[in-house]
Design a protein around this ligand. Structure first.
Ligand SMILES: [Zn+2]
Length: 391
């Protein structure tokens, strides 16, 4: 069944072209549903039938279909207008039970590798899923100690933190599946979150952004992004992802290179021994002089074979990365300003930082002297400095 799910998955470049077009103006409710992927890593195990069923159901609902229970665990699905056009029918009955000897008329047997399963996967893969979500603010929106929670101080005293009003800003999350091929392939889910300037706020190896509670839909006053705008975000996300992947590939290369070298050295040891045997044999046969060269034919073909096999091994371990962007989430994200004084002797310095109110987490404050994000601030001659700019 993996063969069916595998063929169309990897699309170098992420297929963003279509993402851009499809993204315009369609906001499916509900959480993003990752399409079932071929499981290249043994750690995942085969696609579980319950998980498959859940995926199909959530995907159909996210597409705007109505899924109803039917007899014997089947589903009766009223298709969305778009899927009606695509599949040229209004309704379909889905049968999941692989042991059912006969199907009701017009019903589809739905497993990842069945004809219907392929249809569903094809449709699911055609375009990234799109969702709109609002991250729920945490109460309180910031830690009671304010910036002291993220920034240590020496020779300075924090004043009382003041949290400004919560406002919602646009953020975009891009969900991708990254497949690292070469030797022992691995597949990973990645999420990137971009803020309104399209700079990278955070990224995770995983399916979801952690520690965020959310609800469907955007916050007040935020309209879903349309066509071109969306494309620009996708492009920015792709740039960030490529930069991150470079690091991941280096790491991956480090992991597999040792295994590759092991395999190559076993191969070398094997062929070196056989070449030596062969040369020894022809020496014995031919005695001294030019004979070994004349009869060295077998050793030569061994060396040719050795080279061929070594090239094969290197090729099998060569790293290739496929990225497929499968989902976009537009977020309304609660943020606020956090203002807090620092007492330096008689002088008071005001620090301002941004707070991720969804997590109640302030960003590191900027150092008043050099402006870089500071994990620690110290007092230097009556002024405030970070560890980088303190003399
Ligand atoms: Zn500094």
């Amino acid at each position: 069944m993996n063969d069916a799910t595998g063929t169309r998955t990897t699309r170098p470049g992420g297929g963003d072209g279509r993402a851009k077009r499809r993204v315009a103006g369609r906001a499916a409710p509900g959480a993003l549903v990752p399409p079932a992927e071929p499981r290249v890593s043994a750690a995942f195990g085969p696609v579980d039938s319950a998980a498959w069923r859940e995926f199909v159901g959530r995907w159909l609902e996210a597409q705007g279909c109505h899924v109803g229970e039917a007899a014997r665990g089947d589903w009766e699905v009223a298709l969305s207008p778009e899927l009606q056009r695509r599949w040229r029918r209004q309704r379909v009955r889905l049968v999941f039970d692989p042991l059912r000897p006969t199907l009701p008329r017009g019903a589809w047997f739905t497993a990842p590798g069945s004809a219907a399963g392929r249809k569903i996967l094809d449709a699911a893969r055609d375009e990234p899923a799109l969702a709109c979500r609002t991250a729920l603010p945490r109460v309180p929106g910031a830690p009671a100690e304010g910036l002291a929670a993220v920034c240590r101080v020496r020779g300075l005293t924090w004043g009382t933190p003041r949290l400004g009003p919560v406002r919602y800003e646009r953020r975009m999350a891009f969900h991708a599946v990254v497949t690292l091929w070469g030797g022992l392939p691995v597949q990973e889910s990645w999420v990137l979150l971009l803020d309104r300037d399209r700079s990278l706020v955070e990224w995770q190896r995983g399916r979801e952004l952690p520690n965020v509670r959310s609800r469907d839909g955007l916050g007040p006053g935020q309209e879903p992004l349309q066509g071109d705008e969306c494309a620009r975000w996708a492009e920015a996300a792709r740039g960030h992802l490529d930069a991150l992947l470079t690091g991941r590939e280096r790491e991956w290369e480090g992991t597999v290179s040792r295994l590759r070298e092991d395999e190559l050295s076993r191969l070398s040891a094997f062929f070196a021994a056989r070449v030596e045997e062969e040369e020894e044999r022809s020496r014995r046969r031919g005695g001294n002089g030019d004979a070994p060269e004349l009869e060295g034919g077998d050793a030569t073909s061994l060396k040719v074979e050795w080279e061929r096999r070594a090239a094969e091994v290197s090729q099998r371990w060569a790293l290739r990365t496929d990225v497929r962007l499968w989902g976009l989430e537009e977020w309304s994200w609660p943020v606020a300003e956090l203002e807090q004084g620092l007492k330096v002797g008689a002088v008071r310095v005001k620090l301002v930082s941004r707070v991720d109110v969804a997590r109640g987490q302030p960003e590191l404050p900027a150092c008043p002297s050099c402006g870089s994000a500071a994990e620690m601030l110290v007092r230097v001659r009556g002024a405030v400095a970070c560890e980088h700019c303190a003399p």
